[in-house]
Ligand binder design. Structure first.
Ligand code: ATP
Length: 231
């Protein structure tokens, strides 16, 4: 579904990605792991064309490199950014409506689907998004992306800053979303839980892929255990 070849990204004189290649197959959950500054966020931003890059990005047969990011959404690739970025002065329902711009006629059915996944959002539908807890904002950011009916969902650190119980709920929901047919590329610092739900994973180190493999294999790899699982 997604094929990335030799991706380079520069911020001025700093080269943040050096020839990153990866693949995501339809139906998979793929994790992208790495330490702070390894280039995980940069990779996701390049894939959704929010950052210019060189190399090849192919999604469902279309070349994404150089495409405006709103056209990428139109192809079915949605990005839930680090830090959630909900619209704080709009209600939960209004935030979800913004995510539905592509499929307005299907809005009522899609809204019900999102509310079934996140009953908490239904309870809070009139509340201003800026007053939600961190976990609720994460649910809203994911719900808003799902309103765009993505085929591939890019999730940047969905568990960041959340209490362990909420983190477990978020990972459960990612599993459910994937079970409903949405392919997932997940960036996480929480390597243990990410590897539990990932079919496959890539490890980034200073802008390059240093390891890749099946989730369970990497979870048992001594280098991954030492560097990312605190073992
Ligand atoms: P974290 O887990 O801390 O978010 P990350 O793996 O997502 O880290 P990136 O945010 O992609 O890493 O950063 C990769 C490299 O690019 C780092 O060296 C970072 O300092 C640099 N970088 C990121 N954004 C910018 C920017 N806007 N301008 C200059 N350099 C940047």
């Amino acid at each position: 579904m997604l094929s990335v070849r030799d991706l380079d990204v520069r911020y001025g004189k700093i080269q943040a990605l050096h020839g990153v290649s990866l693949e995501v197959h339809e139906g998979e959950t793929v994790a992208l792991l790495g330490a702070n500054g390894a280039g995980k966020t940069t990779t996701l931003r390049a894939l959704s064309c929010m950052l210019p890059s060189t190399g090849e990005i192919e999604f469902d047969g279309s070349t994404l490199t150089g495409m405006p990011s709103h056209d990428v959404v139109g192809l079915g690739l949605c990005h839930v950014p680090e830090g959630r970025r909900v619209f704080p002065l709009m209600s939960v329902a209004e935030n979800l409506e913004i995510g539905a711009q592509r499929f307005k006629s299907r809005y009522p059915a899609d809204l019900q689907r999102v509310y079934e996944l996140f009953p908490r959002l239904r309870e809070r539908e009139a509340q201003l998004a800026g007053t939600l807890s961190g976990g609720e904002q994460q649910m809203l950011a994911m719900g808003r992306a799902l309103m765009g009916r993505p085929r591939l969902l890019l999730l940047d650190e969905p568990s960041m800053g959340l209490a362990p119980m909420i983190v477990a709920q978020i990972f459960d929901i990612i599993r459910v979303i994937n079970g409903q047919g949405v392919t997932v590329l997940l960036v996480e610092q929480n390597a243990a839980q990410a590897l539990e739900i990932a079919d496959r994973a890539y490890v980034l180190e200073t802008g390059s892929v240093s390891m890749s493999g099946r989730g369970r294999e990497l979870a048992n790899d001594p280098r991954v255990r030492a560097a990312y699982l605190g073992a």
